[in-house]
Design a protein around this ligand. Structure first.
Ligand code: F3S
Length: 281
């Protein structure tokens, strides 16, 4: 049996940075909290908790110490609330998300109607919107963009995980609406690189494993994409969930992992898979 491990499997740049910042802060501060779980990996959240990083869901539950802000950011009001409570901010917002927040602030100050392409309920989107000072519309599809008013100045940014295809289609609609249009491509390609590689590998193997938290939207999406190409795809959180039956008669196994899956979990799964007599690619 041969294993093909995706090069893009596991932590993206922003999640790696945020996790490292949380561990560093845990070594320096007696009390440290994250607003919501730092990443969608129950195993990593448990590890962080062992180091003293506790999960809180609102600022008023934190009385002392430092607060780590997750990679997808929080709202401007939450940052203000943290600072006004006398707590120290460890801002682990991914620099790519930060850039979208800065554009939202700048463009709305310049009098543009800000069109943010993304999912209205996603915390990253709520965070970006909170930095805008004027009128903002959150648009998820070209059809929704069709309802925008005609004639004014429009500026556009995207949720970092949006597909370039959807963003481009919505830009095209906005072009027919605005007298002046400014577009900032704030998409981070880590997601599409990971998805494309996973799809490619799934097409070459007869069993595909996708590792990551069951609560991780990007991992579930990855598993669904792989399933479309290779129906024999399993989403697992840890190596303990592998079943020997899955590997019977299989010659090639593909492995990828979501953006919040730590390397040690990927390695553990690899180790377990190797017990089914493999050659590593
Ligand atoms: Fe940042 Fe891109 Fe990851 S925006 S958090 S590097 S998916």
């Amino acid at each position: 049996m041969e294993i093909i491990l995706a090069k893009s499997a596991g932590f993206c740049f922003g999640v790696k940075r945020a996790t490292q910042m949380a561990f560093d802060a845990a070594g320096k501060h007696e009390q440290i909290s994250s607003l919501g779980p730092l990443i969608h990996s129950p195993q990593m959240v448990e590890k962080l908790e062992q180091e003293g990083v506790r999960v809180c869901h609102q600022v008023e539950d934190i009385s002392d110490g430092a607060v780590v802000i997750r990679s997808h950011g929080v709202t401007a009001q939450e940052v203000e609330e943290i600072e006004q409570s006398g707590l120290l901010v460890v801002d682990a917002t991914c620099p790519f998300v930060k850039k979208a927040q800065k554009h939202a602030d700048m463009l709305s100050r310049e009098g543009y109607l800000l069109v943010l392409v993304g999912e209205a309920n996603h915390p990253e989107v709520r965070g970006i919107v909170s930095y805008a000072k004027g009128d903002v519309r959150i648009v998820a599809t070209p059809q929704e963009a069709g309802k925008l008013p005609k004639g004014g100045k429009i500026a556009m940014v995207a949720q970092t995980t949006q597909s370039l295809e959807n963003f481009s289609e919505i830009v095209a609609v906005c072009l027919t609406k605005a007298k002046e249009l400014r577009v900032f491509n704030t998409i981070c390609d880590a997601t599409s690189v990971r998805q494309n590689e996973a799809r490619q590998i799934a097409g070459k193997v007869d069993l595909m494993l996708v590792i990551g938290g069951f609560n991780s939207a990007n991992t579930s999406r990855l598993a669904n994409l792989c399933k479309e190409v290779q129906p024999c795809t399993y989403h697992v959180e840890t190596g303990d969930q592998l079943l020997p039956d899955w590997f019977e008669g299989k010659e090639k196994v593909g492995i990828t992992a979501g953006a919040s899956t730590p390397l040690w979990i990927v390695e553990d799964v690899m180790k377990k898979v190797k017990t089914y007599s493999c050659v590593i690619d």
